[in-house]
Design a protein around this ligand. Structure first.
Ligand SMILES: CCCCCCCCCCCCCCCC(=O)SCCNC(=O)CCNC(=O)[C@H](O)C(C)(C)COP(=O)(O)OP(=O)(O)OC[C@H]1O[C@@H](n2cnc3c(N)ncnc32)[C@H](O)[C@@H]1OP(=O)(O)O
Length: 257
């Protein structure tokens, strides 16, 4: 069982990174996957899964929905336009990639040896488990590969309230962990957060749109250091700055190996 679990998680990360690399596609779907990805078994076959890692057509939460404010949409359009550049009349991939985002990673999510199949089936990504559009975390992450950095456009919904009318510090920390963790994962493979340091500089009004900028500071062996700044959408106001340390893990770590 443990060996099966390891097999599954390895497949998850390998295929997750493949998905990230396919992320820039505007209308990402199975048809865009390489044939080898669609037809060859991956590790998760061990648990009788199809090679497509989702149970049904997944919703890509990084795409615009009706709850997005004009400001959020404008920032999305801005970064999305940078994902494709025109050179000599030809459209080419730009430096930026939009990362798709799903609320579950696999039909049977992985989560350690103690998780029952029922719990695994119910597992959902923390930041994507509020179904009502606009009520929780609305965000999209754009990765800049050459610069080893990323920007997240984040609109904070009313269910994230902490101090009256403002975003809860834990919700801000969640976004920082998620975005720095995403960048670290992209750069270093499977990682876990070992340390996050945060300075809350100014409160974030509920419903507002902020930018979460993350950049690679350095990699030392298994350690990936990421810095992060949460600013107003015009970058004029600093809301939070943070640093994160991520340690590359052997995926067996998640199974207590
Ligand atoms: C479709 C699929 C898509 C997949 C792709 C998609 C993208 C994906 C997005 C993910 C977005 C979510 C991102 C959430 C990310 C989490 O929230 S992870 C959950 C929270 N974190 C945890 O639960 C981690 C709990 N801690 C641990 O498991 C272990 O302590 C760790 C972090 C793995 C480290 O343990 P270890 O590997 O045994 O390392 P250890 O030997 O103790 O230390 C190694 C070195 O690191 C140093 N170190 C360790 N801990 C610390 C620390 N806290 N501070 C400073 N130094 C430290 C040690 O001093 C040592 O240094 P050296 O002596 O080598 O110089």
């Amino acid at each position: 069982m443990l060996r099966q679990g390891l097999y599954v998680v390895r497949g998850l990360y390998r295929d997750g990174l493949k998905l990230i690399r396919l992320a820039g596609q505007q209308s990402f779907n199975r048809a865009h996957l390489p044939a080898s990805y669609c037809h060859q078994p991956i590790g998760v076959r061990a648990l009788t899964m199809s090679s497509w890692p989702f149970s049904s057509k997944p919703r890509d939460y990084s795409l615009p929905n009706e709850s997005w404010s004009p400001e959020m949409q404008k920032l999305y359009d801005h970064y999305n336009a940078l994902c494709e550049v025109e050179e000599e009349g030809e459209k080419k991939r730009g430096a930026w990639w939009r990362l798709p985002s799903y609320n579950r990673t696999l039909k049977y999510a992985t989560g350690g040896r103690c998780l029952s199949k029922l719990l695994q089936a119910k597992a959902r990504l923390f930041t994507r488990n509020i179904e009502e559009p606009g009520a929780g975390f609305e965000y999209v992450v754009f990765l800049n590969k050459p610069e080893k950095s990323c920007v997240c456009v984040f609109q904070a919904g009313h269910l994230l309230e902490g101090p009256p009318g403002h975003v809860h510090g834990g919700a801000i920390a969640t976004m920082i962990d998620s975005v720095t963790g995403t960048l670290a994962t992209y750069l270093s493979g499977p990682v876990m957060t070992a340390n996050l340091n945060m300075n809350y500089r100014s409160p974030i009004p509920l419903g507002s749109v902020v930018l979460v900028h993350c950049a690679l500071e350095k990699v030392e062996g298994r350690k990936t250091f990421i810095s992060c700044r949460v600013t107003s959408s015009d970058r004029a106001k600093l809301h939070t700055d943070a640093t994160g340390l991520f340690l590359t893990i052997n995926v067996g770590h998640l199974f207590g190996a």
